[in-house]
Ligand binder design. Structure first.
Ligand SMILES: Cc1cc2nc3c(=O)[nH]c(=O)nc-3n(C[C@H](O)[C@H](O)[C@H](O)COP(=O)(O)O)c2cc1C
Length: 359
């Protein structure tokens, strides 16, 4: 058995990438562009800190994918035009030179946009709760979305595919399709936000169809080395306590479908209240562990895993091959280095949200 910290520090092969340890930076929206969606010099410094701190892999903040309805927040980055392409190119070069691999998260906000007033979703269902503080001046209830027609769904798919191609062109190691946390693809997946009666609604296989088609069509459009992962979750930013109603049965349908579509990894998110709250079913079964055993795909686990004991518990018990840190990485951009040196970890404080944002 590996010694505790050695487990976190052991290498892992993710397709062609030889990752030097199991520590991944979780995607975190930082709403730091100047409104044009172009990555800034401050964002380069922000991402470089994680690379210099020895994280083996960084997954970027959710990045919008089309001009139509995808953008979530006013200062969110995009990758849909040449200026944004140049900005990301520069950032990717710097991060890779600092020693980390980097994957771009592709995000469509759907009904949870805090940027648009006229939104699109799977169905015209009023989103629960309210907009997130700190991401835009728009606050209060989300607008009621319009249900997407098939033409609009085509536009969504094209946006994901073209953005993935651009990401490969400028040196990203891969892309992660954001199907978690209540955003568009999760709106299609979730029973109460998807009331469609066409091939994208009804049973679970239909509800996961859009995510599967997007994965498959990205895979067709990029080279075989380019990594195409997917992020899932039970909870949502506007519904933290939601659990998949069918538990492991739902997990089996979703994971198998995404595997057949060609996913290179599954990233299971638990926003808010930690791994056990977000990653276990009502019956206490681990969905990331199920994803791993059913598909044999690499799995990234997430949710309050910044202590050595939690990270080790997850890796040791087969809940994930890699662990991703959100708030723990904001507090400790050099988290892996601290583990190597046996240094004390800083606890997360709310003002760490400010670092790297709008600098
Ligand atoms: C400031 C902030 C922004 C986030 N933005 C994203 C995002 O763009 N995409 C995403 O999939 N998750 C996002 N998340 C969720 C995190 O990736 C992660 O799942 C969550 O923070 C739980 O992990 P932790 O306990 O290690 O912080 C965000 C979280 C934070 C704190």
């Amino acid at each position: 058995m590996l010694e505790t910290s050695n487990m976190i520090l052991s290498p892992f092969q993710l397709k062609h990438l030889c990752l030097k340890n199991r520590a991944v930076v979780a995607p975190m929206s930082r709403v730091s562009t100047k409104g044009n969606g172009v990555p800034t010099a401050s964002m380069i410094e922000y991402y470089k800190r994680f690379a210099e701190g020895e994280f083996s892999l960084i997954i970027t903040e959710g990045t919008y994918t089309d001009h139509s309805y995808s953008q979530a927040y006013p200062n969110q980055p995009g990758l849909i035009n040449d200026a944004q392409l140049d900005g990301w190119h520069h950032l990717v070069d710097k991060v890779k030179k600092s020693g980390s691999s980097i994957i771009l998260q592709l995000m469509h906000a759907g009904a949870l946009s805090q940027h648009l007033s006229d939104t699109r979703s799977a169905s015209d269902v009023q989103p629960l709760r309210a907009m997130l503080p700190g991401y835009s001046q728009k606050q209060g209830a989300f607008p009621k979305p319009h249900a997407m027609n098939l033409e609009e769904i085509k536009t969504v798919k094209l946006g994901f595919i073209e953005t993935a191609k651009r990401a490969e062109q400028i040196g990203f190691d891969g892309v992660e399709v954001h199907a978690a946390n209540g955003y568009l693809l999760d709106q299609f997946l979730t029973d109460y936000t998807n009331r469609r009666e066409d091939c994208y609604g009804g049973n679970l296989l239909n509800r996961v169809r859009l995510s599967s088609e997007i994965l498959q069509e990205i895979k067709w459009a990029v080279s075989s080395e380019f990594i195409v992962g997917i992020r899932l979750s039970q909870g949502k930013v506007n519904d933290f306590d939601y659990l998949w109603p069918g538990g492991v049965d739902d997990g089996a349908v979703i994971f198998k479908s995404l595997q057949q579509a060609g996913a290179d990894y599954i990233h299971f998110a638990s926003e808010g209240q930690g791994f056990d709250h977000g990653c276990l079913t009502r019956g206490g079964e681990s969905l990331p562990q199920l994803a791993s055993s059913l598909t044999q795909l690499p799995v990234i686990a997430n949710g309050g895993l910044e202590t050595v004991s939690e990270a080790t518990r997850i890796l040791k018990n087969g809940h994930g091959d890699l662990i991703s840190l959100g708030k723990g990485a904001l507090a400790n951009p050099d988290w892996p280095q601290k583990i190597i040196q046996g240094d004390t970890l800083k606890a997360f404080q709310p003002d760490y949200f400010a670092e790297g944002v709008a600098l």
